[in-house]
Design a protein around this ligand. Structure first.
Ligand code: WQD
Length: 340
């Protein structure tokens, strides 16, 4: 059993990770300012696990708050850092708020943990660091491309910060590069809670299916892919969450082979937008209202992960497929509608 501080623990990926940490016998403590999540998520976690993790409504960028929490829990052995702004389009409009929030929190946590003698840090990174890769599937050693957005740049910059700090201090870091996380816990007690109009494909699909949105627009059908729509490596959020447990355990057990390691978190399979739509319709027995529109600015054509390093070295593999992703996403959207 390890006590693990989780920033952004009431968010989408954070909440699913809290559940998997508890299932694995660990004791997570959450710090979240609720800027993009709801306090009710804690009740979902309690219903699934029978446990109520420690919760602090504070900002991960606050020195005072993080010092206070670490002082109150001297047995914390690792930090998982999810808390960040994540909307690509918004980051183009508000670059300074993205740089301030995403960099400040990371730097603050590193300073606080190193001062307290906590060496282990797991970071939420993104496949966006690869841009449009030259070779597919893309492996962790692929070159990092000029970021398309301030959001993407904060992920690259944080990886650079971690690299530099790991070279100079006792820090041991794992940066997890997520492909496209989708789906929800099978209980439908926790899931994604997008505020306003969703930017991402899966919540837009489920909101269209439930009648919250009139129609889904497929952003481009003229890409160089079999059906012309963009290809991504969608990964079930529960599989993703389990990788964080593995990463923490690896660091705490001292099994890491370098002071900083990078792992791709995807299934290794790419699906097009039209394939996701068809799977959603077939598995759930619902018709989706969609049209083909122009490409979205900044989108890449296709990306999917080489997962061999994560499989062999982290000892982790995605188990859930597209069917489970679309089924759980739909179950969650229906549950949200029932609650209203
Ligand atoms: C997936 C596919 C769209 C909406 C972004 C960030 C990445 C990560 C995840 C997170 C693309 C198409 C989408 C719609 C569509 N960041 N699409 N109609 O762009 O791969 O990745 O989110 O926090 O860093 O860049 O994900 O879900 O937006 O799009 O046709 O209404 O669905 O063009 O091919 P993306 P997405």
């Amino acid at each position: 059993m390890s006590k693990i501080l989780v920033t952004g623990g009431t968010g989408y990926i954070g909440s699913h990770t809290i559940v998997e940490l508890i299932n694995a016998g660990h004791e997570p403590v959450i710090i979240d300012n609720l800027s993009n999540s709801e306090i009710s998520v804690l009740e979902g976690i309690r219903q699934i696990t029978g446990h109520s993790p420690g919760f602090y409504q504070e900002d991960a960028g606050s020195r005072e708050a993080v010092e206070k929490i670490i002082a109150a829990h001297p047995d914390i052995t690792a930090i998982i850092h999810f808390a960040a702004f994540k909307a690509v389009g918004e980051s183009v409009q508000k670059p300074l708020s993205y740089y301030r929030n995403n960099l400040d929190s990371t730097i603050n946590l590193l300073e606080c943990m190193l001062a307290a003698g906590i060496p282990n840090f797991v970071f939420s990174s993104s496949c966006t660091v690869y841009g449009q890769p030259d070779e597919l599937p893309v492996s962790e050693s692929a070159p990092i491309k000029q970021a398309e957005s301030p959001y993407g740049n904060t992920k690259q910059m944080c990886e650079d910060i971690l690299r530099n700090v790991a070279a100079a201090t006792a820090l041991k870091a794992i940066s997890l590069r997520y492909f496209n996380p989708v789906g929800a816990h099978e209980s439908a007690l926790i899931g994604e809670l997008p505020r306003g109009v969703p930017n991402n494909l899966m919540p837009f699909i489920t909101q269209t299916a439930i009648g919250k949105r009139e129609k889904l627009t497929v952003f481009g059908d003229d890409y160089d892919t079999p059906d012309g729509s963009g290809i991504r490596d969608y990964i079930h959020v529960v599989d993703l969450a389990k990788a964080h447990v593995k990463a923490c355990e690896r660091l705490i057990a001292g099994q890491n082979k370098a002071s900083i390691e990078f792992f791709n978190l995807g299934t290794g399979s790419g699906y097009s937008v039209l394939e996701v739509i068809k799977a959603f319709e077939k598995v759930n027995g619902v018709k989706l209202n969609y049209t083909i529109g122009p490409r979205r600015a900044g989108d890449i054509e296709k990306v999917y992960a080489d997962t061999s390093f994560s499989n062999s070295e982290l000892g982790w593999k995605a188990n859930l497929g597209l069917e489970e992703m679309v089924a759980s996403a739909w179950k969650w959207e229906q549950r949200l509608a029932d609650k209203k």
